[in-house]
Design a protein around this ligand. Structure first.
Ligand SMILES: [Zn+2]
Length: 225
């Protein structure tokens, strides 16, 4: 009996260590030792989504789309097209509330509600249980990390993003290109205002590949299952 108990303790210990290794919740990049990169698109589905899908298909790569619940409800067909093309779907909350400036007393509950409301939509419309989330504006304070952890999500921010900046498409392209590195997670948005990104996305993907990087989904980059 003593030996069996000891074995059980060892087995439990092994699994708790294995689980512990997977319980990291917050990421901004992948391993710096591997030549892999992820492209992520936020706030969709939007009017630029289909064009982005065409580019990704032509370049034969998979990206991660952090979708807004309200936009999935408004444009389920585009959201389904993203999932059907084999791209990864992440939860970008329901309404895109800025929790850096949200002052109401119900903040903690609201954070959880926004996460779960988007989860419900992704599940019911796309049939997917996502385990990746990104809060609007990259909000990553302890209440967001706590809510992500509680509901079995990994909170994913980014190593570089600049497509909202008031600069020319050329300058933007240069900035993105300079940020290419091992484990990079690039942030872009699939909104119509994002014509600048669309103007250099194909070239940017080619440049990443030419430098010897493999473009993968966030879960593959981070070895998450
Ligand atoms: Zn956003």
């Amino acid at each position: 009996m003593g030996k069996i108990k000891k074995n059980i303790v060892l087995i439990l210990l092994f699994y708790s260590i294995a689980c512990f290794a997977q319980t990291r919740t917050f990421y901004t990049n992948g391993s710096e030792d591997v030549k892999k990169i992820s492209l992520t698109f936020d706030d969709g589905p939007g009017k630029a989504t289909k064009q982005i899908l065409e580019i990704l298909e032509e370049k034969n790569i998979k990206a991660t789309f952090f979708m807004l619940g309200v936009r999935v409800v408004n444009d389920p067909e585009t959201a389904k097209a993203v999932a059907a093309a084999g791209h990864e779907i992440g939860n970008h909350t329901y309404e895109h509330i800025n929790f850096y400036t949200y002052k109401n007393e119900d903040k903690a509950e609201k954070i959880e509600k926004e996460l779960l409301q988007c989860e419900k939509v992704i599940k019911s419309i796309l049939g997917i249980q996502s385990f990746l989330t990104r809060f609007p504006y990259g909000y990553m304070k302890s209440d967001a990390i706590g809510a992500a952890k509680k509901h079995n999500y990994c909170l994913i921010n980014w190593s570089f993003g600049a497509d909202w900046q008031d600069i020319s498409a050329e300058e933007m392209h240069v900035k993105y290109k300079q940020a290419i590195k091992n484990g990079a997670i690039f942030l872009m948005h699939d909104l119509p205002k994002n014509k600048k990104v669309l103007s250099f996305l194909e070239t940017f993907i080619d440049e990443i590949k030419e430098e010897g990087y493999k473009i993968v989904t966030v879960s593959e980059l981070l070895n998450l299952t």
